[in-house]
Design a protein around this ligand. Structure first.
Ligand code: SF4
Length: 338
């Protein structure tokens, strides 16, 4: 068994249950009526992922995830139907738990009770920002107090909680994003996800972009802001399980502008790696000509940097002749040894 590995079986309910119109969201039909997740397709997805027993043994945990809509905004009968559809896989012990994502304003006691009864373990909320002006211009009516109330209700029921944030929304700024991050950290979720704002076709944001009313963040600006956010979550012991959107065909087809990069997390982590090496060197009384860092084996590439960028920058900044890295299996954090 691959230690600690989790198989997530994604069931997309494309915008079903959502009464909102966030400016960045590319839903063609606000109620999702044209894209309703069809029963046969869901059954097929579950069979494809969960029937091959040789596959299953490789994962310590298997979970079914309802993504892409506001699950708790679905009519009661539809929620019940979807949860009942996946139930046999739980009863057969092929799946350990279910996770759903939803809008913070679509959560109440009734639907949390239903989720609990159907073995849902994790609820993810799209927060996106906690700044009132950013939220207003993004078409997301949810105050920080309303978010706090939803979070404590989810906690009261004992669910695991995931919170999602976006950066670079209309009128967002570094300062506002930092505040959003610290508001989310204060809510102490079990995990977080971070997404840069991209301009996609068929969205209000695309129209704003075409009229010059929205300018997407550059990749540089995004990476700097992500670096700060990742550090804050790390200090608080909150894992960030995803940074940036998956480069799937529908994204590629609809992408217009914005800081898209398939390895956003890696690039942000490289910047954190560079900062750590700089701090280590700056702590020395005298800057030597050659330095050797011991780093965790699995993190060597983030310390080297994309295209050896970190090594080049360190040499330039401190006038070094040589920067060497030694990847160590038992090393937990960076150590400057020479
Ligand atoms: S709440 Fe979610 S599904 Fe609804 S419009 Fe906003 S991003 Fe799209």
């Amino acid at each position: 068994m691959e230690n600690g590995k989790v198989l997530v079986v994604p069931v997309f309910i494309s915008h079903e249950g959502c009464p909102y119109r966030c400016v960045f969201c590319s839903q063609p039909d606000i109620n999702g009526a044209n894209r309703r997740a069809d029963e046969n397709r869901i059954r097929r997805i579950l069979r494809d992922y969960l029937e091959p027993t040789d596959q299953l043994g490789r994962f310590a945990r298997r979970e079914i995830a309802f993504y892409g809509g506001s699950f708790t905004g679905l009519p009661d009968a539809r929620q019940e139907f979807l949860l009942t559809l996946v139930r046999p896989w739980i009863d057969k012990a092929r799946v350990h738990a279910i996770r759903v994502s939803t809008h913070p304003l679509m959560v109440n006691r009734n639907n949390l009770e239903r989720l609990k009864a159907h073995k849902v373990e994790t609820v993810e909320l799209g927060v996106q920002s906690t700044d009132p002006e950013v939220l207003k211009l993004s078409g997301r009516p949810c105050s920080l107090d309303e978010l706090r109330r939803t979070v404590s209700l989810i906690r009261e029921f004992g669910f695991k909680l995931g919170l999602q944030l976006m950066l670079g929304l209309p009128v967002d700024s570094e300062e506002r994003f930092v505040r959003s991050v610290s508001d989310v950290v204060a809510l102490a979720p079990d995990f977080a996800r971070l997404y840069p704002t991209l301009v996609l076709r068929h969205t209000p944001l695309h129209e704003m972009y075409r009229q010059g009313r929205y300018v997407p963040w550059t990749l540089e600006r995004t990476l700097d802001a992500l670096k700060g956010a990742l550090k804050s979550f790390d200090r608080a012991g909150i894992p960030v399980v995803r940074v940036g959107l998956q480069p799937d065909p529908s994204l590629t087809e609809n992408f217009v502008a914005g800081p898209f990069h398939p390895s956003l997390r890696y690039l942000a982590d490289c910047r954190i790696g560079l900062d750590r090496m700089i701090t280590e060197i700056e702590c020395l009384d005298q800057i030597p000509k050659r330095v050797l860092f011991k780093v965790p084996l699995k993190s060597v590439s983030i310390y080297i940097g994309n295209r050896r960028e970190n090594i080049i920058q360190l040499k330039e900044r401190f006038g070094l002749d040589e920067v060497r890295l030694s990847g160590e299996v038992h090393c937990r954090q960076i150590e400057l040894v020479a």
